[in-house]
Design a binder for this molecule. Structure first.
Ligand SMILES: NC(=O)c1ccc[n+]([C@@H]2O[C@H](COP(=O)([O-])OP(=O)(O)OC[C@H]3O[C@@H](n4cnc5c(N)ncnc54)[C@H](OP(=O)(O)O)[C@@H]3O)[C@@H](O)[C@H]2O)c1
Length: 298
């Protein structure tokens, strides 16, 4: 039986990946800083995964001394580790680049067979963003490591699309620019199938998006449709957002960079080869049902 290490197992994609590796018959070790997150369904409906894990390894990716033995007897390393909504003081450089590099160094020493890493679709357009640069600098390290590797490059995740539903519930969706750019977002379960398949095929890079293509305006309209509300959508000119980003940067660089990332995403097309069979309308309905349930059963 092949053994896999899943780094990022407490996150949106990582939880689906843990479940899929187990389903496909792998022995699974999961890296977690806070193992209690493995026991709960996540905020974006990612599954509870504790029962799919053979061994939990507690560690902090930026502290190599906490990672000793993490790759012992491991055949495949999967990493989706990176900063998305984390509120700690670490930077993209610390985590997305150096943290993954710490793991790669151990994987090389432990002679693992393959390293699977999640970066981003169309990264070349976004290299000026420090989060993307950090991940792509790691990609360069991985390519010269001598290990077999697959770099998976997804479009936006369904977890990020939940923000449109949240805004619609509050009464108005704000778009950056006119909202005419298009993308095909992907569900974590569909992307997990692509990730796990990568363990057994010789492909160095895979671009992946979901089965439906939307403009950002259509995503906003879909959110209102599911809520059975009349759409209220406001376009904010990109120039205004740029002023806001510069103002935020004075106080909080990481938040400015996250807004900069969403601005870049919403003002470029992002349509990758399609995978999977999860649809955004169904996901919005599931999110709505889950939040109605938790209002009734706190
Ligand atoms: N969201 C998108 O639309 C999108 C699109 C394309 C590519 N991506 C890439 O996909 C990656 C995964 O996305 P996601 O939505 O699954 O992210 P996520 O839910 O935030 O998961 C990130 C994982 O990394 C872990 N992590 C972060 N800092 C760590 C540290 N210092 N030490 C140990 N673990 C740490 C997190 O652990 P904790 O739970 O302890 O924080 C979590 O398990 C992202 O990094 C991003 O670059 C995302």
């Amino acid at each position: 039986m092949k053994k896999v290490l899943v780094a990022g197992a407490t996150g949106y994609l990582g939880k689906f990946v843990v479940r899929e590796f187990k389903k496909q018959g792998f022995w699974v070790r999961a890296l977690a800083r806070n193992p209690r997150k493995l026991e709960k369904v996540g905020p974006f409906l990612e599954p509870r995964v504790k029962d799919y894990i053979d061994e939990i390894f507690i560690g902090e990716i930026t502290k190599p001394e906490t990672l000793r033995g993490i790759c012992k007897d491991i055949d495949i390393v999967f990493s989706s580790i990176g900063i998305t909504r984390q509120k700690d003081k670490l930077t993209f450089r610390d985590v997305d680049y150096q943290g993954n590099k710490n793991l790669l160094d151990i994987a090389i020493d432990s002679s693992v067979d393959k390293f699977i890493f999640i970066s981003i679709f169309n990264a070349q357009i976004y290299q000026y963003l420090s989060g993307v640069k950090a991940r792509e600098d790691f990609v360069r390290e991985l390519k010269k490591s001598g290990l077999k590797y697959t770099i998976i490059r997804p479009t936006g995740y369904f977890s990020d699309m939940s923000e449109f539903l949240n805004m619609a519930r509050r009464g108005r969706v704000y778009l950056i620019g006119k909202g005419e750019n298009r993308m095909n977002p992907i569900h974590g379960a569909d992307l997990a199938e692509v990730c796990v398949k990568a363990a057994s095929i010789d492909k160095e890079e895979i671009n992946a998006g979901g089965p439906e293509i939307f403009s950002y305006r259509e995503i906003a309209e879909l959110a209102f449709h599911v809520l059975e509300k009349k759409p209220r959508i406001t376009s904010i000119p990109q120039g205004l957002i740029n002023i806001l980003i510069n103002a935020i940067r004075v106080f909080n660089t990481k938040n400015a960079e996250i807004l900069e990332f969403f601005t870049a995403a919403m003002t470029n097309d992002s349509i990758a080869p399609t995978y999977g069979n999860h649809f955004l309308k169904d996901y919005y309905e599931e999110l709505l049902n889950a939040s109605n349930m938790s209002m009734h059963y706190p």
